[in-house]
Each structure stands twice: as C-alpha cells, then as structure tokens.
Design a protein around this ligand. Sequence first.
Ligand SMILES: Cc1ncc(COP(=O)(O)O)c(C=O)c1O
Length: 385
Amino acid sequence: MITLSKRSAVEPFHAMDVLAEANRRRQAGRPVISMAVGQPSHAAPKASLDAAEAALKHGRIGYTDALGLRELREVIATSYRLRHATIIDPARIAVTTGSSAAFNLAFLGLFDVGDAVAIARPGYPAYRNILKALGLTVVEVPVTAETGYTLTPASLERAETRAGRKLKGVLLASPANPTGTVTGREALKRLITYCDSRNITFISDEIYHGLTFVGEETSAVEISDNAVVINSFSKYYCMTGWRIGWMVLPETLIRPIECLAQSMYISAPELSQLAATAAFSAEEELDVYKESYRTNRDFLLSRLPELGLPLVSPMDGAFYAYVDVSRYSNDSMEFAKLMLAEIDVAATPGLDFDPVEGHRAMRFSYAGSESDIAEAVGRIGGWLK
Ligand SMILES: Cc1ncc(COP(=O)(O)O)c(C=O)c1O
C-alpha cells in the first residue's frame, strides 16, 4: 500500500472538472458551449505562429538558459518602458513555464514552510492550492463592496489580527479573477507602500494586463523594485497551451530563482519562447480580439442581471462575469452540473474561488466568440424561466 502526503490533499480545480465533462459531452456530439475556462478562442498571434514554424523547420529545439532566451527577456523589458514608462534591466526578467510555474518559484524563493501569505477571497483557486501544497499558511482576506473588491491595508491588518500572525507575503491580481476588479494606481500604491514598510513581499499577478475595460492598468514595477511581478502570455496573447510566462524580480531574488528554476524546470520550452518573442509585435491583431471581449462584456453586463443573475462585482477587466445565482440555487456545484446536463452550457461554480460564499455564485468566462456567448445566454434565459 502506498501512503499519500498530506500536502497532496488539495481541492480539485472545479473549472477543470467542468471542462473535462464538457469535453466528454462534446465528443459525444452534444452542442456544448464552454464559458468555464478562462481561455481565448483565438489562436496565438500570426507572428508567433510564423516564428514557431520557422523554428521547427530550421532548428533543433533545446534547453535555454534557465531564466530564458536573452531576446525574449529584452523584449519583455522593453515592453515595460513602452507601456509603463519604467526602465527594467532584462537581467531582472525570468521566463517561466506559464505563470503557474512562476508562482511555485516565487513562493519557494520567498517563503519558508508555515509562513503566512494573504490572498483575496474570492480569488484564483490555484493560489490557495499551491500555497497549501508548499506548506504555507493561507490567509484568505474577503474582498467586498466595502473594500472595492480588492485588498487594502486595513483589510490586511484585520486579517493579520484575525490570523494572529504576521504576514510574509501578499498576492493580488489586477485585473482579478473572478471578480474582474481593476485595482487603481493610488490603491495599488497604498497597498505596496504598506507591504514595503512592514517587510511583507508584494506579489502582483498581472496576467490579465491588456484586458482592462474600465480604469487604469498599473504595473507594480512602476511603484516598487521590491515587488515580484508575475505575468503570462496565456490571456491577452492567446497562448494558453504554449505554457509561457514571466516574472520581474527584485535584484536579490534573481539568483535564487535561477537556481530553483534550473532544478525544477531546466528552462521554459524554447519553441514557446521563440513564439512569445514575436507576440509583442502583434498588438494590432490582439486588440481586435480585445474589442470582441468588450462586446461580450457589454452584452453580459446588461443581459445577466435581466435574467436574475446580478453581478457580484463590476466587470472592469479580465474576461469574467461573477454573478449571484442565489435566486435560483444555493449550491453552485449543482447549478453548474444541471446547466451543463440540461442546456449544454458550461460555467464554473463559485466554490472554486470562494469556499465560504461561493456556493451562491457562478463565474462565466466571456473569452469565447460573440456568437457562442449570445447563444449561451439565450439558452440560459430559456432554462431559468
Ligand atoms: C489570476 C490567474 N493567474 C494565473 C493563471 C495561470 O495562468 P498560466 O499558468 O496559463 O499563465 C490564471 C489562469 O486562469 C489566472 O486566472
């Protein structure tokens, strides 16, 4: 008999389970529309596909430096100059196997077993699961209308008091998943200044940058050299399956992350790195996709409340509508299962994002095509009647 580790007892990522069931139904010929997983329906930018094709024709795909190809690190650094008027030394960029690998590396580089790290609730479930699997203490901080659906110095202080321990880290996404909250420049500055003054490391998940519809998009690099910034090519760049992302690191963290990455991943896939390097020239193409998300957003913003599904939080960024389903159900898992079984529409139960209040919330991703979103909403409207 084998015995399992305690750390392996992580919650399932229900969105992935819903996706697996949706795929099974699709294979069985059902007309499934998936609004469950946050992934664009578009292909990677043409320039990226061309770069990958050329690499496949000409070269051997091998390991790269653990921190990534020099050209990619340089174009990433340049993007901070162009978009955020901030000069970043390419040496501070670490290329990673998606932002998911970046979380592992950052948590290992920054925290020891038992250290307390604050995250927003509702929030992206993998944060909680990775932190727990690494033996860290997760401090979930509720974000509500009162806190502008984001973390604030006051809510962190309250969380520290409640937890009875000092925080070592704070992790925040802006735009956020599932709330869509965009944390504005001043609010982000207050938060980072608070963390800096207390030796709490601020980790900024900027994976939804490029997908802000209301408000300003501020990177933590503009505010502090101590913040760890995590980003990815998965969302705005439409490259989920290429598993490629990056970090901007404080100086002292570069070498430890390099050493951890050498042993844990050797390097991010070279093919994906070459494709990602070309993605920065594809803004025109990608902004067209962004406009289609905006159309979906505006449509959902008016239609969902009409169907008795009011928004829990404003949809200012990312591509999610997080709605209150309590008029119909107090069991979001059951709601998701029934909706898929009866009208072939897949969405994610709020329990993924919020173990306390998520039983009465659902998340709908609007990264799909305009026609799919319209069809799905039509089906939901008929079903809820
Ligand atoms: C907030 C957030 N961070 C990180 C990720 C992970 O993305 P990836 O590993 O594809 O970069 C996701 C995926 O949905 C997300 O929503």
